[in-house]
Design a protein around this ligand. Structure first.
Ligand code: MN
Length: 294
């Protein structure tokens, strides 16, 4: 099991100096830095190669997170949008290859957050998304992408995959349609599970061998260990399914900027939000998480 953290913990915008965060998380003792896909299309080939080298030199693995914009929805009803989305992802996968990133997770089957001003048609969107993700998985394979994490997220952010059970049904439907899309996996996040699942342990066991990526955080998105998530139950379930993949904490504790708006952080979740204090929390959370989930 490798432990990581999402760079946006320290940022107000969905971009940042990833080299700075590679060095920081390496010093804090993490194995993985998760970065946002959004800025990568702006990077030159040289920028990407340098980023990959920086990570390799620091011994940090890069994973990628993405909340797809509506024009990158592979399950859109509009064929032009689906086509545009696949083109976007193919370019992104090529960029990921240059930084040796083999895992991407998020609501890749749809967009984030979904626009609920129009009532969603879940059955229709599900079918479109299964077909779109089947193609996505096949394309990703050509670029060495080993995990496409279908993140099961709460009802307020998307309508398609709210529970692990739905995630499993979705991934099985994709793999049935396209056997080459075996890189399409279930992705769970304790923050979302806390809202949607009857039992967090059962949800993890339901994902079982299909679990490809795991996000952690407290119920209010503070770092693991500072709230009341059932970490013992989570650890037991991950051990039961012999999960040996990435576990990336995704804390958000600061209001402000586009990150604060998108994540709906309207208050400081801890009194001291200086970089030093955030670093200390991350370090303590890593010790806690390694211990609880080992
Ligand atoms: Mn997440």
């Amino acid at each position: 099991m490798q432990h990581g953290i999402y760079y946006a913990y320290w940022e107000h915008e969905w971009a940042g100096d990833y080299k700075h965060y590679i060095r920081k998380v390496s010093e804090l003792g993490f194995d993985i830095l998760e970065i946002a896909a959004g800025p990568l299309p702006e990077y030159s080939r040289t920028d990407l190669e340098e980023l990959g080298k920086c990570a390799a030199d620091a011994g940090v693995r890069l994973t990628v997170g993405y909340g797809p914009s509506p024009d990158h929805n592979v399950g859109s009803e509009d064929p032009a949008v689906r086509k545009n989305a696949l083109r976007f992802y193919e370019d992104l996968f090529e960029r990921m290859q240059l930084i040796n990133a083999t895992l991407i997770g998020g609501a890749l089957y749809s967009c984030w957050p979904i626009d609920y001003s129009v009532e969603p048609d879940k059955a229709r969107d599900w079918d479109n998304s299964v077909r779109g993700v089947a193609q996505l998985g096949k394309i990703a394979r050509q670029y060495g992408i080993e995990v496409l994490g279908m993140e099961c997220i709460n009802r307020f952010e998307n309508h398609l995959l709210n529970t692990a059970q739905e995630g499993v049904a979705f991934v099985k439907a994709v793999q049935q349609l396209e056997p080459e899309a075996s890189n399409v996996k279930v992705m769970l996040d304790t923050f979302h599970m806390n809202i949607e699942e009857e039992s967090i342990g059962s949800a993890i066991r339901a994902a079982g061998s299909l679990l490809g990526h795991f996000h952690t955080g407290e119920c209010n998105r503070m770092v693991p260990g500072q709230g009341h998530m059932p970490w013992r139950e989570i650890g037991d379930a991950l051990r039961d399914i012999q999960y040996n993949g990435a576990v990336v904490m995704e804390p958000f504790v600061m209001p402000g900027g586009q990150v604060g708006r998108d994540i709906r952080v309207w208050r400081k979740l801890r009194d001291d939000i200086s970089e030093e204090a955030l670093d200390q929390d991350a370090k303590a959370a890593l010790v806690f998480q390694r211990y609880m989930l080992r």
